[in-house]
Design a protein around this ligand. Structure first.
Ligand code: SF4
Length: 147
């Protein structure tokens, strides 16, 4: 059975910034024969609901910056990802919620420090940690089924 790490909001957990979910019934049907291991770095670190954040390109790379007060929220997200991947070392796939600054795989937006859009094809902070570990990664909107 394939072991798949997946953004918890896609499974129906109300862990988005506004305490709603992104439940995706079609995706869940496609994954019914897999072992799903949900994750949500933002809910773990900041709870739900919570202020939104954006990825900003800085001299030290991409950072998750709070839209409420400009605080750098990157460290707790990366710490959560590090622990998650230590605990779940034999993953066949990572499915991230597209466009999320934490979970998006090839779809996160990155801005410069004046909030000009630089790219909308980047990896969010947790997806980046998955890629670093050579785990196959895909955005939920690009998933076409298990092969
Ligand atoms: S996209 Fe990722 S961080 Fe955002 S609610 Fe879903 S699991 Fe949590």
């Amino acid at each position: 059975m394939k072991k798949i790490a997946i953004s918890a909001c896609l499974l129906g957990e109300k862990c988005r910034y506004d305490a709603t979910d992104n439940k995706n019934e079609i995706l869940l049907e496609q994954l019914k024969d897999a072992q799903l291991i949900p994750f949500c770095p933002e809910d773990f670190a900041f709870g739900s609901p919570r202020p939104t954040m954006d990825l900003l390109e800085t001299e030290e790379g991409s950072k998750a910056i709070s839209n409420l007060n400009g605080e750098d929220l990157s460290t707790p997200i990366i710490q959560y990802a590090t622990l998650f991947f230590q605990r779940h070392s034999e993953l066949d796939l990572f499915i991230g919620k597209d466009r999320s600054p934490s979970c998006g795989v090839c779809s996160a937006r990155v801005y410069d420090e004046e909030k000009n859009l630089l790219s909308s094809k980047e990896a969010g902070l947790m997806a980046k940690e998955a890629k670093k570990r050579n785990i196959p990664c895909i955005d939920a909107e690009d998933f076409k089924g298990l092969v």
